[in-house]
Design a protein around this ligand. Sequence first.
Ligand code: 5GP
Ligand code: ZN
Length: 145
Amino acid sequence: MGNCIFCKIIAGDIPSVKIYEDDLIYAFLDIAPINPGHVLVIPKEHHESASTIPEATAGRMFRIGSRIGIALKRELDYDAYNLHLADGTAAGQVVMHAHLHVVPRGVEDNFHWNWRQLTYADDAARAAVAEKLVRRLADASEIQK
Ligand code: 5GP
Ligand code: ZN
């Protein structure tokens, strides 16, 4: 927390280009955008993982992220936008203060997610994966762990 770059941005100790702010969240231009207008939406409270952000704040992040996406389309003539959140280093998270990327997209912006499409070995393998997840989610005490 003490050394968190995004906490310093919220505090004004590191400059940023503010797009939106309210009691719960802060949104600013990414310093190295995928496309111009790429915005980061962050909770004012320091959370490393999105999983510990209180529901009202997480909901606000998603809602404002969507509003920013629509503003990008209407004001900057983009065709669409991605909402992207990397939770954990292996998922690509570099700054360990949870943040939602709003990435403006154009039909011909020449950017492609490196997406792949694997298959399950068989139906049983797929069912085993689903069964574990469903069992874990059914236990309300497991939320946010
Ligand atoms: P991550 O890879 O953790 O999902 O994304 C971190 C994002 O933060 C990157 O897109 C990076 O460009 C952005 N970023 C890192 N440091 C700064 C900074 O000091 N100011 C701003 N505005 N963005 C930053
Ligand atoms: Zn922080």
